[in-house]
Each structure stands twice: as structure tokens, then as C-alpha cells.
Design a protein. Sequence first.
Length: 202
Amino acid sequence: MKCSGDKWSSLQTVLAAWGVFPPLQGLAFGCFGSFILYWNGEIVPISNRKAGELLALLLARGGGPVHKITAAQTLWPGSDESHAMDNLYKICGALRRVIRQGVPIPLNIQRDILTLDTREMDSDVRRFEALYQQRGNIACCQEAVALYKGPFLFEEYYEWTAQIEAYYDLRYLELLHIIVRHLSETGDPGASYYQMLLNQGQ
């Protein structure tokens, strides 16, 4: 359920104050459900699945820095070091090609480390976290729930995402409890919809 009317206007104010209101133009990552890269509102295809995983890993680590060997061992657990590093160089090359095509991914590849300048991009995870911090506002709770398309990278299972997935899933369920309680107390029939989501998530 999206916010509307005065609630949507107040939500815009909150998001603008946090600096996370979705821009009309720009780079954005979607990580709830599956990884999606957006540029100016359009989905950017990334042919190499591991390239998307690397970006998601850097995003989850706050942009880094992440040592290359750490990234390689995380993305290819169980592989020997040289094989994992070879694979990492290949996906870095794939991301460089995307950048050369005009998509300004703020990825910095140095000798031993990788960083992602998260100040130059938006993400559903960042918006969700900002809205969660404003969970005293029921409109913010509803908008955060609408952003949650599924657990963190749920459609592409990676071993390293389990703790992050649990982190956001618990917050999602907490927001649903808040919404259901508020709407039930005010007699809003929309409570049944959020109760259904809560039942599905538990």
C-alpha cells in the first residue's frame, strides 16, 4: 500500500530530510528479492551474475573498503585462492565494460582493495533503513513495507547473505506488527491486508 494525499506529502518531507527521496535521475540498486541495477529509471542488464553479487556485497559492507582476496573468497567459497582471484578479475572486467557503456557505477578498483562510493547512488535497502528509523510515522512504515519485495537477495542464494537477510526480515516483521496494531486500533479495514502479509512472513 502506497502513501497518498497528506501522508504522501509528509513522507516526501521525511525522505527529503534524510536525503533518500528517490531521484528522478541517477544510479540505484535493488536488493530486496533479487539484485537489480537501475540507471535513470531503466534496468541495466548485467550478464555476469557474480558481477551483481560483487556490487551487492560492497553495498552490504557500506561501500568497503573490501580486500580483493576477501571478496574473492566470499563470492567463491571453497575455491582455491588463485581460481577465486582469477574469477574476481573477470567480473571486475565485466563491470568496467558496463561503466564504459555510460553507466556510472562508482566502483573503485585498486591494487588490493575494492570500494563502492555509496554517496553517489540510491538503493531500496538505504531507503528502507531510513524509513524504519521513522517507524513512529505509520506512513513511513507502510512505504518501507512496500519497498520490501522479498528477503535480501532471496532469489539468488549466497552463503554470506544469511545474517543480512535475517536483519532486514526482522525489521520488516516489526513494521508489519506496528501497522496492524495501528490500523486495528483505528478500525481501518486495511489491517487485514497487513495481517495477511504478517502471517505469510512468520
